[in-house]
Design a protein around this ligand. Structure first.
Ligand code: F6R
Length: 240
């Protein structure tokens, strides 16, 4: 595991974007696994700046980790909308090469199978991750098992409370989501996990310096050979 600690999340985002740039320039048809959330926005802002200075993203395919069930793509809190706002409208990735689970699918089992076919057809070159305060990656929540494939998940209360800040009312936070499973994440060639702020410090220490446990899903990344952690001083402060 590589560990990089930065003074600010903007610097962390800039470094993360430089890792994406390396992949985009080094591979002819790069596959990027993407995340949403407050943590990754500095990376997307830096990537948009790199694009404005000439970085061509037109050959990229993107595969997002997850989406809320029941929010249409144009809902301001849907992950479709998040990705458009923070990345896609600023860069030149063709919409036909963008994949995000459909949280409005009438048949969610079929949607999970459709998404699994996408993630198995093309191995992810670069997987970007945030981490939940409870250790989730994607929306693979703490449990007695970790599911391999794309699945429907009931979000845990700590996740709902964390995500409630993006909604006007707690009651509006969707309780269900579709998430990629841990298999596709672990099959990525390179994984970059970002975490900023003191609230992530305990889970970063448990996930990367404790045992591998299904009730701390991110700890499974200890089994991967190419993981980079991008932290700030606050999120790194409980590391041994
Ligand atoms: C979102 C996702 C989640 C977030 C995590 C951290 O696509 O996969 O695992 O990365 O909940 O969210 P923030 O960055 O808002 O703290």
């Amino acid at each position: 595991m590589k560990l990089r600690v930065f003074a600010t999340k903007e610097e962390g985002g800039l470094y993360g974007a430089s890792l994406v740039e390396r992949v985009v320039e080094g591979i002819s048809h790069p596959v990027l696994g993407l995340a949403t959330g407050a943590t990754v926005t500095p990376l997307y802002a830096a990537l948009a700046r790199l694009h404005r200075s000439g970085l061509d993203l037109s050959q990229c395919t993107t595969i997002n980790l997850d989406e809320y069930i029941g929010l249409p793509p144009d809902h301001p809190q849907s992950y479709h909308h998040f990705m458009d706002e923070h990345l896609f409208r600023h860069v030149n990735i063709p919409p036909t090469q963008v994949h995000i689970p459909d949280g409005m699918a009438a048949d969610l089992t079929a949607e999970c199978s459709r998404y699994d076919a996408i993630v198995t057809r093309q191995r992810i070159d670069f997987q970007l991750l945030g981490i939940g305060v409870n250790g989730h990656i994607g929306f693979n929540e703490p449990s007695h098992i970790l599911q391999s494939n794309t699945h429907v998940v009931t979000l845990r209360q700590e996740t709902l409370l964390h995500n409630a800040k993006f909604f006007e009312d707690y009651a509006e936070v969707p309780k269900l989501a579709i998430t990629m499973g841990v298999q596709a994440i672990l099959q990525a060639k390179q994984i970059v996990l970002m975490a900023f702020g003191a609230e992530k410090a305990p889970v970063i220490a448990r996930a990367f310096f404790g045992d591998v446990r299904t009730d701390v899903p991110a700890s499974i990344l200890q089994l991967h050979q190419d993981v980079t952690l991008i932290l700030d001083a606050q999120s790194a402060r409980e590391l041994p």
